[in-house]
Design a protein around this ligand. Structure first.
Ligand code: IMP
Ligand code: MG
Length: 182
């Protein structure tokens, strides 16, 4: 699948190859930085699951995975999201790597990090594939970053609009008229 699957898309921002290159580079850094440890990599369903699944296969460590789900993205909620599915296992004393598909305002992640910090992990670090940094409203420590991206609505590789386009293998921008209503 290389063409636009939909005429609501504007252009390909990141190709499959570019994404794979970034995943591999991040995996190598994490492998080196966490040598001798067994981190748990956590992501937020559903968007982050695509990046996490690729990232863990680029990391050569005895790691585990865990998942959370939160209520729908609502900017007006100031980041206080409801956790609709919590982690399966405790993280106390664990080296936790929080894996995100995209950080936009940062409010959601800021809230989730606060919740996780209360559970006393040995360490808590953030890895995001995409950083829409011009939109950031809160200061966040981001140790691992794939790409800095412009303030455009993006779909593909886990990112969706109303649940669609997560399965597209690249990351594309949408035409203005499609996303201005979101
Ligand atoms: P934040 O709290 O503003 O950082 O929200 C981050 C969340 O908003 C991400 O995990 C995505 O679910 C969603 N999001 C932000 N930007 C985009 C985008 O361009 N496309 C799809 N989802 C996005
Ligand atoms: Mg997300």
């Amino acid at each position: 699948m290389t063409g636009f699957p939909d005429d609501r898309m504007e252009r390909i921002l990141l190709t499959e190859d570019q994404i794979a290159g970034a995943v591999s580079a991040l995996g190598s850094r994490i492998t080196a930085d966490y040598a001798g440890r067994d981190p748990v990599l956590i992501t937020v369903l559903k968007g982050g699951s695509f990046f996490l699944a690729d990232l863990v296969r680029a990391v050569e460590l005895p790691l585990t995975m865990d998942f959370m789900a939160i209520s729908a993205y609502r900017p007006q909620a100031a980041g206080a999201v409801a956790i609709t599915k919590d982690l399966a296992d405790p993280i106390e004393g664990r080296d936790v790597l929080m894996v995100e598909d995209i950080i936009d305002t940062g409010l959601t992640l800021n809230y989730l990090l606060k919740v996780l910090r209360q559970r006393k992990p040995a360490s808590l670090t953030v890895c995001t594939l995409l950083d829409k940094d011009v939109r950031r409203l809160v200061d966040l420590p981001i140790e691992y970053r794939g790409f800095s991206v412009p303030d455009r609505f993006l779909v593909g590789y886990g990112l969706d609009l109303d649940g669609l386009w997560r399965n597209v293998r690249y990351i594309a921008t949408l035409k203005d008229e499609v996303w201005e209503g979101t």
